[in-house]
Design a protein around this ligand. Structure first.
Ligand code: BGC
Length: 743
């Protein structure tokens, strides 16, 4: 499936496809005359979205209803697939109902910016990876992130975003971690919720994905994930619950994998019982692309829309099932109602997209701002910030730091302006090939220190790179880990012998700084041998500007890790990526034809990331929540209010520069919970001038303190003593107090 999805083919065939635009699907056949909306009571904006949806539903024929519950096929994604004349060339298209003034739904993949903009000579801002943005722990930045996506989608004629990835980092080698928001359900759910609110602020429908437990790419279309309900609800599903609670998204995309024996897109427990009943989700469930496996079962078990549509379970077969009574009409009405009410609620009927030229300058500025909050300073042995006057000669090594910054691949790939900075050609990005964006570290570091002698070397020849490092006063090594949908990293180690490159540079020059551009956590055998380590994820189009501002102290780093960095694969719950062939190091996705289904039991349960390291008493390389600054902070005076369930403490900036500290609160539940780990339950970004102190008050959300009782199918707040810990990271909590909760 993935191979066929490659957009590479479009490079040679796009002209043909555009010229051969087929009139396809029911929508294309309809006249596009402007309907008389005065006779349409559902166009009354004063009515509630549900009421408006019901009014439309009452007018719809069976065929029109069926039309709305599936897309029209692979379209631009698959070479040779028909494309509706009305499609806006996104990953998905659903034809609207003209006579009722219900617009088409044009969906574009937009996890970190809009995919396939090059296809129509458009521009789209590449934002930092969402994992990076999660490192800001800043809901306002997440909102800004979503609003950039929504604004640019709108400008390009799309009315629905496909993004909002919130699968927690259960598998740190997952190829899509960069599209998600880290390992903690509270942080990930919160950030993703605000991101979707940002999308919706632009009157564009939002989506959250991939529901659920699609935590690795290896074997994603065949793996049967096994995890008990309590653990599910307290980990992966909690992230969705929080995000949905914050944002009420338009769509939830169900995932490719099976969960406890049933495909996620026809899984009664996940879709009907949890999502629609317990989470009270009001929008619609759309399948991941070709993740629908049946008609009747999927319809009854909660799927509302088949995407992209060419498998046609929800086309004529669903019509037949309705006519024969296998699927009640009420269920079809529910599917359509969910879609219509989401369209009214998001504003896409009243305020449809208006095409405009995307503002690349505003996008760049906002992407850079988010990147500056995303970058995490992992190590600083008195080497940073650099002083322009002292940096006489700088060796920049590897990572194509002369021309650009790396981006993540797959359906999250954004096309680079001017083409791939390391291989510019006409056309869009090619599936499977790393794309660099033209934000050159060399250029922006040079701007900060114009008098310095800065030389770049690609690092292929380690000895030559070490010679350059030796003859320079400072060496900055850029290491990269390209990740993409469709495969996982076989190990936590950096690819292409880059560990050896760093070692070689570190032995040649004691003043070595490593800059990481990676999709998720990596191991760093060389961490002790270098003076500085900067984590910049995939930093987006403003990445090099943000990096140079951090390097030279114009911006004080404030990001903190949303994921644990393990020392080695051996410390992970699954030392080898489940399903990965450890010999050939190829993933099952690479051999789709030969893959046989397999079970994956998540024996670690809800102990994901730092919870696993706590429970196993293992020392991570860099813990969850960790990040340094150019100043220091002191924590004091922790008190708790049992009645209000609030936590109070003071943070003081004890250094000499202004900074923002991300103060975190963790809680260990009473013994009755039988949890051998703590939970992150609250945080606050605190901006402090040198010497300044601020009192922090945080209210604890009872949901984050509760355990899931599967017998009662309900969250339960246990009475007892809760150990409250506050501090700078999951492994640095100098303040402790006890919160008493009574029934
Ligand atoms: C991915 C989705 C994506 C869809 C459409 C699937 O392969 O898993 O995340 O939105 O394709 O491109």
């Amino acid at each position: 499936m993935l191979r066929n999805k490659s957009l590479g083919g479009l490079k040679t065939t796009s002209l043909f496809v555009v010229l051969a635009l087929a009139s396809f699907g029911p929508g294309a056949a309809q006249a596009q005359a402007t309907p008389d909306t005065s006779k349409m009571p559902w166009m009354n904006k004063a009515l509630a979205p549900d009421e408006r949806a019901n009014l439309v539903l009452g007018q719809m024929t069976l065929d029109e209803k069926i039309q709305m519950v599936h897309g029209t096929g692979w379209g631009v994604l698959r070479k040779g697939a028909p494309i509706s004349a009305r499609s806006n060339f996104g990953a998905g298209f659903m034809a609207g109902i003209d006579r009722l003034n219900i617009p088409d739904i044009n969906l574009a993949d937009s996890a970190v910016g809009i995919r396939m903009a090059a296809y129509q000579s458009r521009y789209s801002t590449l934002l930092p990876s969402t994992l990076g943005a999660a490192a800001s722990w800043n809901p306002d930045s997440a909102f800004l992130y979503g609003s950039v996506i929504g604004r640019e989608l709108r400008a390009q004629g799309f009315n629905m975003s496909i993004g909002g990835g919130v699968n927690i980092t259960r598998e740190p080698r997952n190829g899509r971690n960069f599209e998600y928001a880290g390992e903690d359900p509270v942080l990930a759910g919160t950030m993703t919720g605000y991101l979707m609110n940002g999308v919706k602020s632009q009157h564009v429908m939002s989506d959250i994905k991939h529901y659920a437990l699609n935590d690795q790419e290896t074997g994603r279309t065949v793996v049967n994930v096994l995890l008990d309900k309590k653990a599910m609800r307290e980990s992966d599903l909690l992230a969705f619950e929080i995000a949905i609670g914050i944002s009420d998204p338009s769509g939830v995309m169900c995932s490719y994998n099976l969960v406890e024996g049933d495909w996620a897109c026809e899984n009664d427990y996940l879709l009907n019982q949890v999502l629609k009943k317990d989470f009270k989700f009001k929008g619609w469930v759309l399948s991941d692309w070709s993740a629908t496996h049946s008609t009747v079962k999927a319809a009854l078990n909660g799927l509302d829309q088949e995407m992209p549509g060419d498998d046609n379970y929800f086309g004529p077969p669903l019509k037949k099932a309705i006519e024969s009574g296998q699927v009640p009409m009420a269920r079809l009405d529910d599917m359509v109602h969910r879609i219509l009410r989401s369209m009214f609620a998001a504003g896409v009927v009243d305020d449809p997209p208006v095409r405009t030229v995307v503002d690349p300058f505003r996008g760049l500025e906002e992407a850079q701002h988010i990147a500056e909050e995303s970058i995490v300073l992992l190590k600083n042995d008195h080497v940073l910030p650099l002083k322009a006057s002292q940096s006489s000669s700088i060796a920049l090594i590897g990572g194509h730091a002369d021309v650009g910054v790396l981006s993540g691949g797959g359906s999250a790939q954004v096309d680079a302006p001017g083409g791939n900075a390391i291989d510019p050609r006409s056309g869009g990005s090619v599936w499977g090939k790393p794309v660099y964006f033209p934000s050159s570290p060399l250029k922006f570091i040079h701007q900060k220190t114009p008098q310095a002698n800065i030389q770049y070397i690609d690092g292929q020849d380690k000895a030559a790179a070490a010679r350059l490092a030796k003859s320079s006063s400072l060496a900055i090594v850029f290491v990269t880990q390209w990740m993409s949908e469709g495969h996982d990293s076989p190990t936590l180690s950096l690819p292409d012998d880059q560990d050896a490159l760093v070692e070689a540079i570190a032995s040649a020059n004691p003043n070595t700084i490593v800059v990481l551009e990676n999709g998720g956590p990596v191991s760093m055998l060389w961490a002790q041998h270098v003076k500085g380590i900067i984590e910049m994820w995939y930093p987006g189009i403003g990445g090099a500007q943000a990096l140079s501002n951090i390097l030279f102290g114009d911006v004080n780093p404030s990001g903190k890790l949303p994921v644990t960095f393990a020392r080695s694969d051996a410390d992970l719950p699954h030392p080898i990526v489940p399903g990965l062939d450890p010999v050939s190091k190829t993933t099952l996705e690479d051999h789709q034809d030969k893959v046989r289904p397999f079970d994956l039991r998540y024996t670690e349960g809800a102990r994901v990331g730092y919870k696993w390291f706590d429970a196993m008493n293992k020392q991570p390389l860099f813990p969850f929540g960790f990040g340094l600054s150019y100043t220091n902070y002191a924590y004091s005076n922790l008190t708790v209010d049992d009645t209000q369930r609030t936590v109070h403490f003071t943070v003081r900036n004890t250094g000499s520069s202004e900074g923002t500290e991300i103060a975190q609160v963790y809680v260990a539940l009473p013994a009755a919970a039988k949890e051998d780990y703590k939970r992150m339950v609250a945080w606050q970004r605190v901006k402090l001038a040198p010497g300044e102190s601020k009192a922090v008050t945080l209210k604890l959300d009872p949901l984050y303190l509760s355990v899931f009782d599967t017998d009662k199918n309900a969250w339960q707040l246990l009475s007892g003593d809760y150990k409250v810990m506050a501090g700078a990271s999951s492994r640095e909590t100098p303040l402790q107090a006890t919160l008493h909760i009574q029934p």
